[in-house]
Design a protein around this ligand. Structure first.
Ligand SMILES: *Cc1c(COP(=O)(O)O)cnc(C)c1O
Length: 445
């Protein structure tokens, strides 16, 4: 990095620390009133509601082909669980205080693909299938969508391809759903993708192409191949509005869960949500939905690994996707495979500009300790990437930057009534032998 580069960027001191691989907390000085900030964005609550309505139409189909969704009547939704024992353990182990209540949003346990990608990824495949079926006159909007499970539809979709680049979990969601619908699906997997994910996908009928490069390369080649083929559709993790809206539906569902559990979020009961971030689509979509619903009462923080803090370097420098973590001398490599992304989505960075409260980073060894903590305290297994979310509640009342944020926002006296939701983004499909291996990793740190 030359001097000229450093001269043109914001937040120099913080980014210098980032470039040294240090753990940092960045508070977004561009955060604005939610109402004002949301007006600048080209997407609205009606778009999220539209996505939710489409998922409801597909519920009879999903129920038919994925019977595990029966308890939710064909909706793909995860539990919201209070984790009091984990709260006590974290407070003790990390010498911190988590005032209020601590809940876990268990997207790790979403049906079909066991990660947050079951929201956006599956939604985009369903929408594309619907578009094709309508366009070719085999479907009317008023039809019962369980016809998507028919042999006729499967044969129809077999003439089309879907392609995606992925570090693993997005590929699983796109791959599994596309294959069930009958598509020829090709998943371009980066070097970070775990072997078991590739194996599982192949078993489900997806074609897996492996790369020795990182995620950006897998996406680039996937996009090129797909664009060159008129029968092929590319799921663009970096730019897709459809994917983003699929994630955003989570906020509507969370609001309902809060109501069912008599949890109040308002002026006096602030909500803090902490979401692990890779390219940004999943946490960005969820954050956008949450700001639409809870406005200024929700404070959203992303969490990233110290070696792959792509959204942090993009947003803090003000250069968005014009920079990557390698520009800051970082490797982009991390045990948090779901977060191993070097360059952020420019689209998501733009949407988050005035909505996101901040971003925290943590070193890899913490995620394994946190994974053991949640197993030991609550008997819930999460994949390492997902455990980055706990860094938020640990640091909130401990880190100088977040402490100053709490004070500045006038929240100090309200914290006793705070609701904290670390977003557990994945884990349920991790095979037992891999879990055992994870449980032994970085034990000596
Ligand atoms: C993909 C993923 C994320 C982050 O989502 P992005 O859209 O890449 O930011 C977080 N956790 C897990 C487990 C993931 O698979």
């Amino acid at each position: 990095m030359n001097q000229e580069f450093w001269n043109q960027i914001q937040c120099k001191d913080l980014l210098k620390a980032v470039s040294e691989g240090k753990e940092v907390t960045w508070i977004n000085d561009n955060l604005e009133d939610a109402t004002k900030a949301l007006l600048k964005i080209n997407l609205a609550m009606t778009d999220i509601d539209g996505a939710e309505a489409r998922l409801a139409k597909f519920a009879p189909f999903i129920l038919k082909v994925f019977t595990e969704t029966a308890p939710e009547n064909g909706l793909i939704e995860s539990p919201l669980t209070e984790i009091e024992k984990m709260k006590i353990l974290l407070e003790k182990e990390y010498n911190t205080e988590i005032p209020g209540r601590l809940f876990l949003k268990q997207d790790s346990h979403l049906a079909i693909s066991g990660s947050i990608k079951a929201r956006g990824g599956i939604y985009e495949v369903l929408k594309h299938a619907e578009d094709l079926a309508l366009e070719h006159g085999i479907l009317k909007e008023t039809d019962d969508y369980s016809v998507f499970a028919s042999k006729k539809f499967k044969e129809f979709f077999s003439k089309f391809k879907i392609q995606v680049g992925s570090t693993g979990n997005l590929g699983m969601s796109i791959g599994i759903m596309s294959a069930v619908l009958g598509f020829h699906v090709i998943v371009h997997m980066s070097a970070d993708a775990k072997q078991w994910k590739k194996d599982l996908l192949r078993k489900r009928g997806a074609e897996v192409v492996e790369y020795e490069d990182d995620y950006s390369k897998a996406v680039e080649v996937g996009r090129e191949n797909s664009d060159a083929d008129p029968t092929s559709y590319f799921v663009d993790d970096e730019n897709s509005v459809t994917l983003f809206l699929g994630y955003a539906v989570a906020a509507n569902r969370l609001k309902k869960q809060f109501e069912e559990q008599n949890i109040v979020v308002d002026e006096e009961h602030p909500l803090f949500v902490y979401i692990p971030c890779g390219v940004g689509g999943a946490p960005g979509g969820v954050a956008f939905g949450l700001k639409q619903i809870f406005g200024d009462h929700v404070h959203v923080f992303f969490v990233e690994p110290t070696q792959a803090p792509c959204m942090l370097v993009g947003m803090a420098s003000g250069l968005q996707n014009e920079v990557c973590v390698q520009d800051f001398g970082l490797s982009g490599q991390t045990h948090a495979d779901g977060l191993a992304v070097g360059r952020p989505s420019g689209f998501v960075g733009g949407v988050m500009t005035n909505l996101l409260s901040g971003i925290l980073t943590l070193q890899d060894y913490h995620i394994y300790d946190l994974m053991r903590d949640i197993v030991n305290s609550e008997n819930i297994f999460l994949e390492p990437s997902a455990c980055a979310s706990f860094w938020g509640p640990i640091q909130l009342m401990k880190d100088e930057a977040t402490k100053a944020y709490i004070e500045k926002m006038g929240l100090t006296s309200k914290m006793v009534r705070a609701i904290h939701v670390p977003w557990a983004t994945g884990g349920n499909l991790v095979p037992q032998e891999i879990r055992d291996e994870y449980m032994r990793t970085y034990l000596d740190k």
